[in-house]
Design a protein around this ligand. Structure first.
Ligand code: NAD
Length: 368
């Protein structure tokens, strides 16, 4: 059976950026022995308009039978008034939950050509290559009880529950250790064990997992607030950072900013081995530039590259796509968001075409 990729463009700039990643898929199919079936469907506001749901059951079924799903982004002012459980973002939460996407991988990679885009000094971020592994389906965002209650005296009380079990902690820990083995073999595990029992359990369980199955990987524990500081002070000390849903949300956004541009940041959300993975740029639907052919498609193209590496097991093709992106940046082509003096501004579609042309050269160099 042929492997399947489901493409869900979504809202705002989603269709524009995903179209460029689809060009890269087309190039790989035509030129690089990459035989996959592609299906398209809707998610987010577009799906709400068409199906009355931000993620239809039929779309979900298509995704379940795929190796990977490539998504653009969801949301926009058009759907601001839609009821809470039908808003575009609810489609994203549903797909993560239904596909049991418990591991969110967010690389923070600084391309040499973009080193000046970071707000940190070039010598601090040059060559930076960090991978944040965030637990995505547990913790305070899902814990019960939760709610807002009326205390009857003019006061209200809002509450959420931070909760993790040993199996949830070990499952995400194993993902981080396995990935570290393919990188620089170091994991930093972050929690707040000084003030939270769930953090104490997290530290104990990661320590036990390390001792039982991963003692060849270097493990360091760090309080999440210290990690936030160290990311700015000396980010190169990190290889893989593993952390819970809440701290991961914040630390991965902080690490993202070390690279300077939202338009460059890919992500992967993975389940158990063999199950479909979801690949999407970190940024949103950018309604302010939607429909103008101005968006940077590289975060989506790099998300596709993660799909090649983690779901299709084609690390060779992922390396080619990443080399092509590097070559395009080295040649000075930039979309507006990463534009700098002396470079050439290109549109979203021109950037996608430039990556496909660069793939020709990367392949020729490989063959030589
Ligand atoms: P955003 O990421 O869409 O945009 C923030 C800023 O970055 C904007 O100025 C935008 O033009 C720019 N930007 C983002 N991606 C870009 C790209 N590829 N190329 C060039 N510039 C880019 O965040 P926002 O404005 O806070 O949110 C807009 C909508 O997106 C909201 O409805 C929000 O809920 C949704 N959103 C969706 C996701 C997702 O689908 N995973 C993530 C975040 C926000």
């Amino acid at each position: 059976m042929t492997d399947k990729l489901v493409i869900l463009p979504g809202d705002g700039i989603g269709p524009e950026i995903v179209a460029e990643a689809a060009k890269v898929v087309g190039w790989l199919k035509d030129n690089a022995d990459f035989d996959i079936e592609i299906e398209h469907d809707l998610i987010g506001g577009q799906a709400y308009d068409e199906y009355g749901e931000p993620l239809a059951d039929s779309t979900l079924e298509k995704c379940r039978s795929a190796k990977a799903i490539l998504m653009g982004s969801v949301g926009g002012p058009k759907w601001d008034g839609v009821e809470y459980n039908k808003r575009p973002e609810a489609g994203l939460l549903r797909i993560r939950k239904e596909l049991n996407l418990f591991a969110n991988l967010r690389p923070a990679l600084v391309f040499d050509a973009l080193v000046d885009a970071s707000s940190l000094k070039p010598e601090i971020v040059k060559g930076l290559d960090i991978l944040i592994v965030r637990e995505l389906t547990g913790g305070v965002y899902f814990g019960e009880p939760r709610g807002i209650e009326d205390l009857g005296n003019g006061e209200r009380r809002g509450y959420n529950t931070q909760v993790y079990t040993t199996s949830e902690i070990k499952r995400i820990g194993a993902v981080a250790f396995d990935l570290a083995r393919k990188r620089s073999n170091k994991v930093t595990s972050c929690e707040k064990c000084n003030v939270m029992e769930s953090g104490m359990l997290w530290r104990e369980d990661i320590t036990a997992l390390h001792a039982s199955a991963y003692d060849d990987v270097s493990l360091e524990h760090m309080l999440a607030d210290n990690c936030a500081m160290q990311l700015l002070r000396n980010p190169s000390q990190f290889d893989v950072i593993v952390t819970d849903n809440l701290f991961g949300d914040i630390l991965s956004d902080e690490a993202a900013m070390l690279t300077g541009s939202l338009g460059m940041l890919p992500s992967a959300s993975l389940s158990e081995p063999g199950q479909p993975g979801l690949y999407e740029p970190v940024h949103g639907s950018a309604p302010d530039i939607a429909g103008q052919n101005k968006a940077n498609p590289l975060a989506t193209i790099l998300s596709l590259s993660m799909a090649l590496r983690y779901s299709f097991e084609r690390g060779d093709l992922a390396d080619m796509v990443e080399a092509a992106v590097k070559d395009v940046l080295d040649s000075g082509k930039r979309t507006g968001d990463i534009m700098s003096e002396g470079c050439t501004e290109v549109s979203c579609s021109e950037m996608g075409e430039a990556v496909c042309s660069a793939l020709e050269s990367v392949q020729a160099e490989k063959a030589a």
